[in-house]
Design a protein around this ligand. Sequence first.
Ligand SMILES: *[C@@H]1O[C@H](CO)[C@@H](O)[C@H](O)[C@H]1NC(C)=O
Ligand SMILES: *[C@@H]1O[C@H](CO)[C@@H](O)[C@H](O)[C@H]1NC(C)=O
Ligand SMILES: *[C@@H]1O[C@H](CO)[C@@H](O)[C@H](O)[C@H]1NC(C)=O
Ligand SMILES: *[C@@H]1O[C@H](CO)[C@@H](O)[C@H](O)[C@H]1NC(C)=O
Length: 481
Amino acid sequence: MARLLRLLAGAAVLLLAASPAMAGTSVVDVGVNWGSQLSHPMLPSSVVKMLKTNGISKVKMFDADPWPVGALVDLGMEVMLGIPNDMLETMSGSYGNAKDWVKENVTVYGNKLKLKYVAVGNEPFLKAYNGSFMKTMFPALKNIQKALDEAGVGGTVKAVVPLNADVYVSPDDKPSSGAFRPDIDDLMTDIVKFLHDHGAPFVVNIYPFLSLALSDHFPFEFAFFDGGKNIQDKGGISYSNVFDANYDTLVHALKKAGVPNLKIVVGEAGWPTDGDKNANVKLAKRFYDGLMKKLAKNEGTPLRPGKLEVYLFGLFDEDQKSIAPGDFERHWGILTYDGKPKFPMDLSGQGHDKLLSPVPDVQYLPSQWCVFDDKAKDQSGKLPGNIQYACASGDCTALGYGSSCNGLDEKSNISYAFNMYFQMQDQDVRACDFDGLAKITDKNASTRGCLFPIQIISAGGRAAPALWWAALLAFAVMLVV
Ligand SMILES: *[C@@H]1O[C@H](CO)[C@@H](O)[C@H](O)[C@H]1NC(C)=O
Ligand SMILES: *[C@@H]1O[C@H](CO)[C@@H](O)[C@H](O)[C@H]1NC(C)=O
Ligand SMILES: *[C@@H]1O[C@H](CO)[C@@H](O)[C@H](O)[C@H]1NC(C)=O
Ligand SMILES: *[C@@H]1O[C@H](CO)[C@@H](O)[C@H](O)[C@H]1NC(C)=O
């Protein structure tokens, strides 16, 4: 009898577990960018469970690390793998290298992996790269596509190049004047013709948030999909949001380059939640609500009505990302560093206040924090150096102007920096000393609106930087300053 009950209970659990997947049929067909620049990654198999539960069936990655890719095998999820910019030279230099990449990272999975795209490079023509990848990009793309073709998968797997929207311009801010940036016009024209000839799409990253962050004159409402602002273009076309205007600027640029029908995939679209005055949960929710509704309606843009293919950026906050572009870089996740939803997001596009399911089975370090020790005396002025040391490898991006922890008093500010470092170092007691200025406490140091996080137990992969490495980094920072 007890056995029967257990079986019945088991069946009930199965039914319950199945329901989100069934709801999945009405989920918008949207992809996610699964980045790996976290000091403490979660188990890929748990991440994949979360994706399935939420009905997300398309994943884009920035490399081809077999650890997460292995978790996607046999699931039928559509995958885009990536080749980082620093491998472009290798891939362009010899066809053999491209062949090896395809062999080791594509062929090896056979048809167990539903691979659709290989992203060759990531935003390689960004102005910040000073043209470093100008010579290697196109040859690398050609070599990879050729290797895919020769491996017999070129019919279904396409080599693409995710590009930032700064590869095209419109001098008068009207989509109809869209054209490729003059310094790369010839190269872009060759690339888009190649993509066209091989049945590959143009992958573009579109960021209304950056339009807003980069210019104080940018009309705020135009960054969202429910704003009041409109701009008029030729032929009586009216744009009510910068996403559509940007996308159609690309459509015009493609037309000018001679490939008017080239398919477009939005490789990244999203909104960060911290690290800038316009990066918060409220505005991120507003952006995603509008985007999801738009995608659910299959309305497309004025020039390309119909279904849009979009990958959200990104899945998680990544504490190892470079903050050269801004503190917000580490806060793009629709989920937190520990896999929890930050705000309601209705993937069915109906605008309901639903939360995504979190990543299951995440384990935490003990509930303890490293804070500034009130009783300590900083007689020899060691505090500034210690804060700098903590922030050089710990993540202090929530402390700046407009960020969630900007309102802290001076002591809490110091505690925040100390704690982030301590957690990053897996709560190693030696990482909470700071010349005797710090102490460990089990009293939650969080304040209203400012979370002092407890780090998770890393599932492996990229290890947290060792203490000596952090010391070296801090030393280098001191030399520079
Ligand atoms: C396959 O991809 C991995 C992860 O991106 C990379 O480290 C490795 O070098 C690639 N293999 C080859 C042969 O290029
Ligand atoms: C690009 O050039 C600027 C200014 O000359 C320099 O500061 C920056 O480090 C360079 N970036 C790269 C990626 O080479
Ligand atoms: C806290 O730290 C941030 C970042 O270093 C700084 O901008 C801010 O002024 C500090 N606040 C106080 C009260 O010291
Ligand atoms: C600490 O407090 C914050 C804010 O109240 C809360 O969100 C967080 O979960 C708490 N952390 C722990 C480990 O209890």
